[in-house]
Ligand binder design. Structure first.
Ligand SMILES: Nc1ncnc2c1ncn2[C@@H]1O[C@H](COP(=O)(O)OP(=O)(O)OP(=O)(O)O)[C@@H](O)[C@H]1O
Length: 466
């Protein structure tokens, strides 16, 4: 019989969880103090431990207890419960190896599901040591339905920055907080917004996405709030705005930084008063929406430059999610490559050959300025070109991914001049390192312990053309 320990200084929680889980056929014990729980763990193996984060135990609180349990019994799945969720704490604990971090109170369904997930996870990893918790390891791919009804696969990376991202998504999704998603183009901001919606209580209601970057200042208010027939020249019919369409669900405003100051003012009013008045109308209607916005640029910077209203920014920014660029999550590349290949093979209706080492190398060494979108496109290209199920080689790669040639030769100058000696040594070192990392400048800068800008300056002054 699987064993469970509940550690909480609130006896009602212990009793409730014990009742729920005993009914499910588990052997459940409980403890109201950290120190006695620790003794119990030393004496008996528990498969799952629910542990309160804020134990009123002077000697040992929940965070210390969970780490100690990890040391004594690394195979135990630890679930930390809290009444006061904090993303930083969650990340720290999950990095420390706990299985999950959940918000109290737990209902019966949640508690049972959590235990089932831990046990399933343990059975899958029974031969290895239980790895640190990751949402990713359980469900590496999730299928999303886009607002236009298209199916797309969302890959949960398993590198550290991806894990942090998904812990944040998981914590923020069930709340009603407005979210600002920041990240470079193609990093998956819209996918993250969609994921937040699909894990929220609003998941069965509409998800409406608007690209503010493509809205003209004249049309923005009409797109967002709707208009009455005849409200302006060309308004031959009344139009429902995005706020109404998203009623009950989530409204995602992409490239919010592109909205004009006037539209920002109108948006602020709607957010504050939660009522919408279509252009040309005198009637206001209540709307219930959750707002998620995204931007390629740092909105705080735009606020400082006076391009974005600070009051609107603070209204929107109840929580910020930073989506890392692909070059900072290269650990995830194999998972992304494998998933995209599978999807593309399904799209093409045929299998493509194996990807060779040299292609993987090129992928690792490239800096992916277009991020996941660019990777997807490159994968489409190489799979499409691999016609006869033969190996996918670097011959199919676009030019920017191919290793670049360097102009050979040392910079001129007299050997006796000390400045030239150090210049030539620097020149040689930089070229050596660049060759070693297959001309990945970020990696070269990292290895030489200088920033990218310094490396660029040096390449320029040493006349190294890449
Ligand atoms: N984690 C992911 N798993 C699978 N596909 C992804 C993931 N993240 C992004 N993509 C894909 O990459 C492409 C770009 O994603 P998305 O449109 O969400 O990026 P974005 O950051 O909103 O870009 P932009 O700022 O240019 O609008 C889409 O095709 C999306 O399906």
């Amino acid at each position: 019989m699987k064993t469970i320990l509940i550690v909480d200084d609130e006896i009602q929680i212990c009793t409730l969880l014990t009742k729920i889980l005993t009914k499910e056929g588990y052997d459940v014990s409980h403890s109201v103090s950290g120190s006695s729980a620790l003794k119990m763990v030393k004496e008996k193996h528990y498969d799952v431990i629910f542990c309160d984060y804020r134990l009123k135990d002077k000697e040992i609180d929940g965070s210390v207890l969970s780490l100690k349990i990890r040391e004594i019994s690394p195979a135990t799945g630890i679930i930390v419960m809290t009444g006061y969720p904090d993303v930083r704490v969650a990340i720290q604990l999950i990095k420390g190896g706990i299985y999950d971090y959940v918000v109290k109170p737990l209902n019966a369904e949640q508690a049972i599901l959590l235990v089932q997930k831990v046990l399933l996870h343990q059975s899958l990893h029974s031969k290895e040591q239980l790895p640190a918790a990751t949402i990713a390891s359980e469900t590496p791919v999730s299928t999303l339905v886009s607002p236009k009804g298209r199916l797309s696969q969302f890959v949960y990376g398993n590198g550290n920055s991806s894990k942090e991202l998904h812990v944040q998504i998981k914590l923020i999704a069930p709340t009603n907080y407005s979210v600002v998603i920041l990240g470079e183009t193609g990093t998956g901001k819209e996918s993250v917004a969609h994921l937040i919606h699909s894990q929220s209580k609003r998941k069965d209601q509409p998800f409406v996405a608007i690209d503010c970057g493509s809205l003209s200042p004249e049309l923005a208010c009409s797109e967002l709030f709707g208009h009455e027939k005849g409200a302006f020249t060309g308004a031959i019919q009344a139009k429902t705005g995005a706020f109404h369409e998203a009623h009950g669900g989530t409204l995602f405003l992409d490239e919010i930084g592109n909205l004009s100051y006037e539209v920002q003012t109108a948006l602020l009013r709607v957010i504050q008063e939660r009522v919408v008045r279509p252009v040309g109308s005198t009637k206001e209607t209540k709307v219930d929406i959750r707002l998620i916005v995204a931007s390629n640029e740092d909105l705080q910077h735009a606020v400082l430059n006076g391009r974005f209203r600070d009051d609107l920014y603070y209204r929107l920014n109840e929580f910020t999610v930073n989506v890392p660029p692909l070059r900072a999550r290269k650990d995830d590349l194999p998972l992304f490559i494998a998933t995209f290949k599978q999807t593309i093979e399904a799209e093409l209706g045929r299998e493509c050959g194996e990807i060779t080492e040299e292609v993987y190398h090129a992928f690792y060494n490239y800096c992916w300025p277009g991020n996941i979108r660019e990777l997807k496109n490159v994968m489409r290209r190489i799979c499409l070109l691999a016609t006869d199920n033969s190996l996918i080689t670097s011959a199919n790669l676009p030019e920017e991914l191919l290793p670049q040639d360097v102009e050979p030769g040392l910079p001129p100058g007299s050997d006796e001049n000390l400045k030239n000696v150090s210049r030539q040594a620097e020149y040689k070192k930089i070229l050596d390192v660049l060759q070693q990392v297959r001309f990945n400048k970020s990696e070269a800068a990292r290895l030489m312990n200088i920033d990218r800008k310094t490396l660029y300056n040096k390449l320029h002054t040493l006349n190294i053309v890449l």
